[in-house]
Design a protein around this ligand. Sequence first.
Ligand SMILES: O=NC(=O)[C@@H](O)[C@H](O)[C@H](O)CO
Ligand SMILES: [Co+2]
Length: 409
Amino acid sequence: MKIVAADIIVSSPDRNFVTLKITTDEGLTGLGDATLNGRELSVASYLRDHVAPLLMGRDPHRIEDTWQFLYRSAYWRRGPVTMAAIAAVDVALWDIKAKAAGMPLYQLLGGASRTGIMAYGHASGRDIPELFDSIRRHLDEGFRSIRVQTSVPGINAVYGVAAQPSSTGQRYDYEPAQRTPLPAEEDWDTRAYLRHLPSVFEAVRGEFGPELPLLHDGHHRMTPIQAAKLGKALEPYDLFWLEDCTPAENQEALRLVRQHTTTPLAIGEVFNTVWDYQTLIREQLIDYVRSAVTHTGGITAMRKLLDFAAQYQIKSGIHGPTDISPVGMAAALHLDLAIHNFGIQEYMKHTSLANEVFRQSFTFTDGYLHPGDQPGLGVELDEEAAARFPYEPAYLPFNRLKDGTVHDW
Ligand SMILES: O=NC(=O)[C@@H](O)[C@H](O)[C@H](O)CO
Ligand SMILES: [Co+2]
């Protein structure tokens, strides 16, 4: 079998997605997600201008060789754009291989290790009553694990709060990237956040009890000692995890956090190779690996990363916001089902508009996801529908502190 075409489809049904479609001489096609929120066109160009021509005539079954060829022949190592492009090729080739085998992808990854994939949903509120309503709505939708994000007194716009009108009136339910010519500026005050958050979890535990798995995303905004302080303050509320508690380019920073708190830590949605995790995993400084298949070199690379993490009793917590396309989500679900060290799967529902472009076959039942048993990934792309939604520039917000200093968002 030979690759005869590699098409890059950029479509924006309420948010931008970049999809790679690989076609073989036997008519089999495979899909890969190459969506990098706020920098989509860079990955589309990397694929169109520098990867697609190299794929022509290659045997699509040689997935490992193609991965190593694309990683090493680029010369310039790693980075979000390169690894998203390689991921798209990798996932598309796994889609083709599984279709050729007549099996759902998870069967090629060792078969099912569980009956379903525990998902967590994003509850949020500008105040406690609104937060409680959001939690109840997610419980009614079947979620059994809940991420909790709220506004903070004294701060106007905070990451992750759906009801908070963004600068363009878009609601967070869909996702934070905003269709504005410039990134939206939001404000931040870590001390106000640290004063406020424990009272939120005190209220949530009081209302919903001690069992419900609760997660929180620090979203890179604290220093290590502030993260240590928060992790310690949240211990009475028994979180499932505290995510992105501090920027982790300096992986050793997590040693300080670990010394002060037993709150489980999840990191890595902005990472793109195993090297970003090496110290974090070897020294067991985290409990969950947050990367998405889409941003980390695909199924081939994520499988190796998660096998490395498994040796240190670290589990998966794959990133699953709306800027991971249904193709990237399906890839995550097949991996989630097969690996032994599965932890939890982030799940933000795509909108009906997105589901017009991507025909998905996964299920979400009673809090558990399942990729389905269609051959391959189980996702088809409607290219005519995709063409109806051309790319629109959209950027993630950024923060400034009260004195105007740029801060992590
Ligand atoms: O845990 N989930 C997250 O942090 C996401 O909401 C990220 O802000 C977005 O995917 C960035 O595009
Ligand atoms: Co996050």
